[in-house]
Design a protein around this ligand. Sequence first.
Ligand code: EPU
Length: 441
Amino acid sequence: MEKIVINGTKPLKGELYVTGAKNAALGILPAAILADSPSVIDNVPDISDIQHYITMLRKLGAGVRFENHRLTIDPRSIRPENIRNIDEEVKSMRASYYLYGALLTLFKKVTMPLPGGCNLGDRPIDQHVKAFNALGVDIDKEKISKEETNPIFDGHCDKLTGADIYFDLPSVGATINALLASVKAEGVTMLYNAAKEPHVVDVANFLVAMGARITGAGTDTIKIRGVESLNGCEYSVVADQICIGTYMIAAAATEGDVTVKGIIPEHLDSVTAKLREMGNDITSGDDWIRVVGKRPLKGVTVRTKPYPGFPTDLQQPMGVLMCLADEDSEIYETIFTDRFQYTEQLIKMGADIRVHRTKEMDGEQKEIDAARSATFRGVGKLKGAEILSNDLRAGAAMVIAGLAAEGQTIVSGIEHIERGYEDIVGSFRALGADIKKVDFN
Ligand code: EPU
């Protein structure tokens, strides 16, 4: 079994470029199958989630080539009878649910398992269902219920018809799925309270490059005028906001000096603000951000929010930095009901963290035990330990903890990290870290 071995406390120094955004690419790949001709997509990250999606598209019948971050997708031979071949792949990743929207547009009928993905607590799909219903799709809600041992999404319609859709909360997944199901619907669709994340905008931009008529992406109201057909296009995926933030926090955690290039700095405004509040120096230009880590670090309060708020995907790395402060900090996790499992690993490294649990109602009005906030005592330093990465962003947090800790840290469960970070070990090594992957078999 491969693990990451880190000898910590070396300040990270230098420049790096990050790859294209995972969560944009995972919406763009299913969007590409709506075209009548092939698309060429550049800056696609070479990570296991993308490889997994490519496997699903190939099993559906698409022609796919992936070389040097350039992905060519020819959707012309996708067939509805192939949908049943991807059940296992669908179950093991979250973004597989974009195939519901895309395949409804293509075939007006989809039967597929519910998606898997990181265990972050309750992750219902009621807003996706609401959007599909509004567009005219009949969905058997019993089959989606948590009571089912093998829940499935079973939807069909005669045609998709434009509609007004008001989301009860801004959901990245539901917004992208509504885009995929409405781009070729008859008439106009309005999405209200839509998600505004950079990856949502990137998927909309890709669809527009294919000939879709979409305005307002990046605001909370998106207008889609259905078109008859979409053509393949050439596109380059936007730089990954979450990877950029991960490297920024790692620079601060190691008292380093790191410049991330080829990016849109505004995507990181909330992160920049918090890193500055803690006492770090941040400067930026048109397409770069430089982080110089400082000591002592002050305590801060972080509330995760939909974009442009502080991203939930960076709260775990931020939790590590809070441990290194001289004052106490608080995190309020408003997006997911259980994203503090990683704190147990940090406690093994000398952290002092208290997670506050409360009772909440889930989407089906059942009581659940939710973890919505945590207090991070500023202990100033961490010490190396054997720790486990139990989801993707927790894994990135564990690596940052190892980079900042005194002594040796060994991180297992690195397959989670490889789902979303391309060569994280090589990237940190290029910045001067003492880090390597070791096969412990
Ligand atoms: N929600 C509902 N009903 C729905 C959909 C969402 O109640 O029908 C709730 C969720 O339970 C959550 C909130 O709405 O409380 C936001 O969820 P959202 O739908 O925005 O999340 P997602 O689409 O499941 C994507 C990313 C996540 C990222 C979140 C939030 C992808 C493939 N995943 O998930 O990324 O944390 O948005 O920004 O885009 C990651 O990359 O590590 C990751 C987990």
